[in-house]
Write a protein of this length. Structure first.
Length: 115
């Protein structure tokens, strides 16, 4: 899943420009462009800011929308949404290197759980 593509689709569906998102979030337009073009991956905190600016729940980036349906992405149930919110809350103060480490650990757990 390319989160930047999903963000762009929602933004365009809402009839918003990157400048509109910039005004509502304080995130620079050039940063939003880098996210939408897949050059950078936003943190969960940043995703929450973007979702708030578009008046949609952050979980919708992962479960709804035409792109997610076309990729057969499963919808998140209540427990999964609660889990994602906990991850977001606890990861807000992490450094980029800590976030990368956490993601690597999750990937490792996922790979060993499927065996």
């Amino acid at each position: 899943m390319q989160i930047g593509t999903v963000i762009r689709e929602f933004r365009q569906q809402k009839g918003m420009s990157q400048g509109d998102i910039e005004k509502r979030t304080g995130l620079l337009r050039c940063y939003l462009s880098r996210v939408e073009n897949g050059h950078t991956v936003p943190s969960l905190d940043t995703l929450a800011k973007i979702a708030d600016a578009m008046d949609i729940p952050v979980a919708q980036f992962f479960s709804d929308g035409q792109l997610a349906r076309s990729l057969s992405a499963p919808k998140l149930n209540e427990d999964e949404v609660r889990f994602m919110n906990q991850i977001r809350r606890y990861s807000m103060n992490l450094t980029d290197s800590d976030r990368k480490l956490l993601l690597a650990m999750v990937k490792k757990f996922a790979s060993t759980a499927s065996r």
